[in-house]
Design a protein around this ligand. Structure first.
Ligand SMILES: C[S@@+](CC[C@H](N)C(=O)[O-])C[C@H]1O[C@@H](n2cnc3c(N)ncnc32)[C@H](O)[C@@H]1O
Length: 215
């Protein structure tokens, strides 16, 4: 078993205190079993957006806007914006309410559409793309988002270690075989992308960071 709940809780204990809004969203996500990034991953995304100087951020998979708040808090310090996409209308409505309460409406554009229809129509590039939508669609997203990552930009993907089971030698129920194998193939594709350099960080559910060369 490579995924450590204890590690995640320990990392969380080292974070700055989260405001009541984020805590309320965490409770809702837990109650409605909506998968959202862990607080440690959210905090890291905010830092990474800010430190990379990204001004144009694209998020695939909004859910209730939990990760969107971290991305928007990072990008607002650079004077930029987040475009966030989800096809679930109910979740998008909640996300809009939360973003408004967070005072981040000016920093976020919401797109309620299926990514597989939306992405081929996009004709701008982004400094930071965060992928956290349907796991089985990751290979399709990859082909569509690579051209949307600006030179020098970052492509960040959540859940790439899928509870640690992607690591060879781990034990998991055979019913997850397809998902685990598909995530292994996806990571191989990411690792081989020309122009990109990949790092995989083993916290949260596994976070891949692929940076595109500037030239
Ligand atoms: C893991 S949740 C996103 C969690 C969010 N990033 C966070 O951490 O707060 C994944 C979301 O992707 C959305 N999704 C899945 N497949 C999609 C698709 N093809 N187009 C648009 N949204 C999709 C689902 O509706 C779901 O809300």
């Amino acid at each position: 078993m490579f995924y450590s709940f204890e590690l995640e809780k320990y990392l969380e204990s080292l974070l700055p205190a989260r405001d009541e809004l984020l805590l309320e969203m965490e409770r809702l996500a837990l109650k409605q079993t909506i998968p959202v990034v862990t607080p440690a991953v959210g905090n890291f995304l905010q830092q990474l957006v800010k430190l990379s100087g990204a001004r144009a951020v694209l998020e695939l998979g909004t859910a209730i806007g939990y990760s969107t708040i971290y991305l928007a808090r990072g990008v607002c310090q650079n004077g930029g914006k987040v475009v966030t996409v989800d096809m679930n209308k109910g979740r998008m409505a909640l996300a809009k309410e939360y973003i408004e309460r967070a005072g981040l409406v000016e920093q976020v554009k919401f797109v309620t559409e299926n990514l597989l229809n939306y992405l081929p129509q996009v004709n701008e590039q982004f400094d930071f793309v965060f992928v956290d939508a349907g796991k089985s669609e990751y290979p399709e997203y990859l082909a569509l988002v690579v051209p949307l990552v600006a030179p020098g930009g970052l492509l960040v993907v959540d859940n790439v270690l899928f509870r640690g089971w992607v690591v060879p030698g781990s034990n998991y129920d055979a019913k997850y075989n397809r998902m685990v194998n598909s995530m292994r193939d996806f990571l191989q594709q990411l690792a081989k992308l020309p122009d990109f350099t990949l790092s995989v960080l083993p916290f949260g559910d596994g976070l891949a960071i692929a940076s595109r060369s500037k030239y």
